[in-house]
Design a protein around this ligand. Structure first.
Ligand SMILES: [Zn+2]
Length: 248
């Protein structure tokens, strides 16, 4: 089968957007070094390494993995990179408290089952089971993000707390590019959603839906014209407009 979507493409100068199993990750390039934001399902680890090599890099070039949150579909590849290459992994402090013995704020099979009557949702559930949704939910040993300011990593990402989807969910703002990696705080599509374009994830995935909605203020305040979501395609336009669309 040929893929119609290239596994990785340059969304902005030095910013590479890659798709795994219905989930995305982002690579920031500076010289020979990379920063990885999110990392797909455990079963996406090979695709993750392929996306690094597609840029002419080696896995050892990844200086750090920044996770938006500790859900299994975002941290699978980080487990592999840390084990194999000792790549440091960073998470918000509030997320670290959740990671002992698997994430407590994650939708379960029982939460998802009532939505599987639609053929597209059923096909999605089979894909994610193959990608490792049923476990084991291994968590990479992670370090807490510094409290404020740009990180001294390729792309100079600035953590932006936007809690709600999980207690420590964090977006990453790229001031020099005018882009923001929004993780699951703001997405542009999901197999369980009927609409496309900027939106919130279906409520069953959100630990605190009210906080998820109010934390969009932090994203709307950013001077960004490119949204790089955890699910769905990149979206070009002022992030404040994307937030307004998601709130409708
Ligand atoms: Zn999530």
């Amino acid at each position: 089968m040929t893929r119609t979507t290239p596994p990785v493409h340059e969304a902005a100068a030095g910013v590479f957007f890659a798709r795994g199993t219905d989930v995305n990750w982002i690579l920031l390039r500076e010289g020979r070094d990379l920063t990885l934001i999110d990392s797909g399902w455990p079963g996406d680890a090979d695709a993750l390494l392929a996306s690094v090599r597609a840029l002419g890099h080696r896995p050892e070039d990844v200086r750090a993995v920044l996770l938006t949150h500790a859900h299994i579909d975002h941290m699978g590849g980080a487990v592999h990179l840390h084990q194999r290459y000792r790549t440091p992994v960073f998470l918000h402090q509030a997320e670290l408290a959740q990671t002992g013995g698997g994430h407590k704020q994650q939708a379960t099979a029982a939460d998802i089952a009532p939505h599987l009557w639609k053929p597209s949702a059923l096909a999605w559930s089979l894909r994610i089971v193959r990608a490792g949704a049923l476990g084991p939910h291994r968590v990479p040993p992670a370090l807490p993000l510094p409290a404020t300011g740009a990180l001294d990593l390729p792309g100079r990402p600035v953590p932006v707390p936007c809690h709600g989807h999980t207690s420590g969910h964090t977006a990453y703002f790229l001031p020099a590019i005018g882009a923001v990696a929004t993780g699951d705080a703001l997405v542009t599509a999901h197999p369980l959603s009927r609409t496309r374009g900027p939106q919130l994830l279906p409520k069953l995935f959100s630990h605190d839906p009210a906080a998820t909605a109010s934390s969009l203020d932090a994203l709307a305040a950013l001077d960004a014209g490119l949204v790089l979501p955890g699910h769905g395609s990149p979206w070009h336009g002022p992030v404040a407009d994307a937030v307004a669309a998601a709130r409708e």
